[in-house]
Design a protein around this ligand. Structure first.
Ligand SMILES: [Ca+2]
Ligand SMILES: [Ca+2]
Length: 393
């Protein structure tokens, strides 16, 4: 009886399959589409990860932009209106650092990124980027200073010196980018946005729309690819960028950048010496007014992104996770997302590079920072934002 039931069941399945096959006897193209979809589903299910995590709130911050970690676990946070705060995630105590310069707050501008010099323990040097007003309009600068935390009641910054300036200053207060990062050789990397002016990204007399490689005093580093093209070009490592808001090295010391696309076409790029990333000539997105920008695959002389997003994620920041609290994220790219209100996890070792997990954060995410114990500090965007900490469950 049992056998009979099973065979009847098998017959039913077989019959349904035949009916399905009959229903699907359409054009060849739809078969190919189904096959492609099945393969995508297979890849996605194989590569998808589901790392668990807990979210803790450390503090309330106002229009924060970036973070840097001290060796003792405390975290520096910049706020766009020109404040620098120091938080202790353990005690939740906070101190405001004194002596900040005047910044051009407005639009996307204000106080921006912060990094510590690789020899910070010895020289106490730190670097901040911010928007300043001047002849011609606005532009980002990078300033080096000394961070004096010796008096806990009177923490301050001293001996500020401007070591780099966006050239030229232009009207408008968008697309500064001004992400800064040190590499293992103590070279200073700056992402410089095209300031919503498009063509400067292809103009070697401007450092807008470029990724730059400098010495720690702001002079152009030796070994850069355009040293024979004038003083500004000496700073340039790569060109044709739009608004690259995230810069990070992977575990093989390869530099990556996330770039906010126009309408569509957010990009994660692998950054290669001397390459042209195509903006504004090509983009997988199009202009906001609906004007077409040819896609990357129409012009192979420009370096195409390793992965691009339409609909967009609005990438604000990028880190590669190196710690042990979240094993499934080890050596993967974590991208903060503004409009996507997410943290997007990308496996850059897969070919092609693939998104493997998306953390729904309910709020626009502005900044990411891995700290000493392998937990991850997360900055929400805007007023009344929270400084969060992701820890293992
Ligand atoms: Ca591009
Ligand atoms: Ca396009």
């Amino acid at each position: 009886m049992k056998i009979l039931r099973l065979s009847m069941f098998a017959t039913v399945i077989l019959t349904s399959s035949l009916i399905l096959m009959a229903c699907n006897a359409q054009t060849n193209s739809s078969k190919f589409e189904q096959k492609a979809a099945a393969e995508t589903a297979k890849t996605t299910s194989v590569s998808r990860i589901n790392q668990t995590y807990q979210v803790k709130t450390i503090a309330q911050v106002n229009e924060p932009w970036a973070m840097a970690a001290l060796k003792d676990g405390r975290v520096l946070v910049t706020e766009r209106k020109g404040k620098l705060k120091l938080f202790d995630p353990k005690t939740k105590q906070q101190v405001e650092i004194k002596g900040l310069p005047t910044v051009a707050y407005g639009g996307q501008g204000g106080l921006g990124d912060i990094v510590l010099h690789p020899q910070f323990q010895r020289n106490h040097w730190f670097y901040i980027s911010y928007a300043e007003a001047g002849q011609g309009g606005y532009g980002a600068v990078v300033v080096r200073g000394e961070l004096d935390l010796s008096d806990a009641q009177n923490s301050q910054i001293k001996h500020l010196k401007t070591i780099w300036t966006q050239v030229p200053k232009v009207q408008g207060q968008g697309h500064y980018s001004h992400r800064i990062l040190f590499d293992a050789d103590e070279k200073l990397w700056i992402s410089s946005g095209e300031r919503q002016k498009f063509d400067p990204a292809q103009d070697m007399n401007s450092n807008l729309g470029k990724i730059l490689r400098l010495n720690d005093d702001g002079t152009a580093a030796s070994g850069n690819p355009f040293t024979d093209r004038g003083e500004i070009a000496k700073q340039v490592w790569s060109l044709g960028h739009r608004n690259p808001l995230g810069l990070a090295f992977d575990d093989k010391s390869q530099l990556w950048s996330v770039e906010m696309g126009p309408k569509g076409g957010d990009e994660l790029n692998i950054i290669i010496k001397g390459e042209n990333y195509g903006y504004p000539v090509v983009s997988n997105g199009d202009h906001y007014d609906g004007t077409d920008i040819p896609d990357h695959d129409t012009r192979t002389e420009f370096k195409a992104p390793e992965i691009s997003w339409t609909p967009v994620i609005s990438p604000s920041s990028l880190i590669f996770y190196t710690g042990n609290q979240f094993p499934a994220w080890k050596n993967k790219a974590l991208i903060g997302g503004l409009s996507s209100k997410a943290i997007v996890i990308v496996d850059t070792e897969m070919k092609p590079v693939i998104e493997v997990q998306r953390l729904k954060m309910q709020q626009r995410i502005r900044g990411l920072l891995e700290v000493e114990d392998g937990s991850i500090c997360v900055l929400e965007d805007g007023e009344n934002a929270r400084l969060l900490q992701l820890t293992a469950q």
